[in-house]
Design a protein around this ligand. Structure first.
Ligand SMILES: NC(=O)c1ccc[n+]([C@@H]2O[C@H](COP(=O)([O-])OP(=O)(O)OC[C@H]3O[C@@H](n4cnc5c(N)ncnc54)[C@H](OP(=O)(O)O)[C@@H]3O)[C@@H](O)[C@H]2O)c1
Length: 245
């Protein structure tokens, strides 16, 4: 029960990696607000006795909506210790084909959404004994593939933002770290499983020669959320099975 007594908000927690992270936090004793635009088929995991969690609707592109989310968490449980700014979208397309709407959607959700979460959470995280902000990048934040301009740019922004905010909050007992998953067989990564042409291109570059699991990303999030990472700050933790791109 490494997160017993802690309160967490996980954006994009209804499915994919966010759900795996929220479930892991609940199993470790945290109270969790699971937030996204729609609840989808999210429910409290059946194997967690006495789990304290609820869904709250949020659009991370809307600063007021995000502010309300953080307020709701604190109103319910009195404190906020951990925020995982995980919500994200991907709109692939080469630059000559990418619509400005898709570019803006990706940048607004993935980059500005993280800014909104951080800004709304800072007063609460700073009041915690061990505030933790965890952002979500991707292998495409630091390696480059055609067709990933909006997504890659948004994730590169998240990594820079993470490091700068870590400096800004270092004196306030709050760490800011980033996860950069690779090819994960969960959420938006699932489509790769059935795409033999693309998968066979990338598989030889992977030391582990397999896709990762959502639980493996969640374990890294648990490390960053817990006491064990107290001296880890401004880090981008790659969870990619050894990608020698
Ligand atoms: N899966 C992978 O292989 C992989 C690899 C590297 C990085 N990542 C990153 O990991 C994060 C999660 O990805 P995933 O694969 O789990 O994706 P996913 O399965 O598509 O889930 C995305 C989540 O974000 C929510 N969301 C999207 N736009 C939102 C908005 N404007 N406001 C609030 N919530 C929003 C979605 O719910 P609603 O649509 O209901 O709002 C959903 O809960 C993303 O940041 C992604 O870039 C994933």
């Amino acid at each position: 029960m490494r997160l017993e007594g802690r309160t967490a908000v996980v954006t994009g927690g209804t499915r994919g990696l966010g759900r795996a992270i929220a479930d892991t936090f609940l199993r470790e004793g945290a109270r969790v607000v699971v937030a996204s635009r729609t609840p989808g088929n999210w429910s409290i995991p059946k194997d967690v006795c006495g789990a304290e969690a609820f869904f709250h609707s949020v659009d991370v592109c809307d600063s007021d909506s995000v502010r309300h989310l953080m307020d709701v968490a604190v109103d319910r449980w009195g404190s906020l210790d951990i925020v995982v700014a995980n919500a994200g979208v991907s709109r692939p397309g080469t630059v000559d084909n990418l619509s400005p709407e898709h570019w803006n959607e990706v940048l607004n959700t993935n980059a500005t959404g993280v800014f909104h979460c951080a800004q709304a959470a800072i007063p609460y995280l700073s009041a915690s004994d061990s505030g933790r902000l965890i952002t979500m990048s991707s292998v495409l934040g630091s390696r480059y593939a055609p067709g990933a301009s909006a997504y890659g740019a948004s994730k590169a922004a998240v990594e820079a933002f993470t490091r700068i905010l870590a400096l800004e909050l270092a004196s306030q007992n709050t760490t800011v770290n980033c996860l950069a998953p690779g090819f994960i067989d969960e959420g938006m990564g699932v489509h790769l499983r059935g795409n033999t042409a693309v998968w066979e291109k990338y598989r030889p570059k992977l030391a582990s020669k397999r896709m990762g699991q959502g639980e493996e990303v969640a374990s890294a999030a648990l490390f960053l959320a817990g006491d064990e990472s107290s001296y880890v700050n401004g880090a981008v933790l790659e969870v990619n099975g050894g990608l020698l791109w």
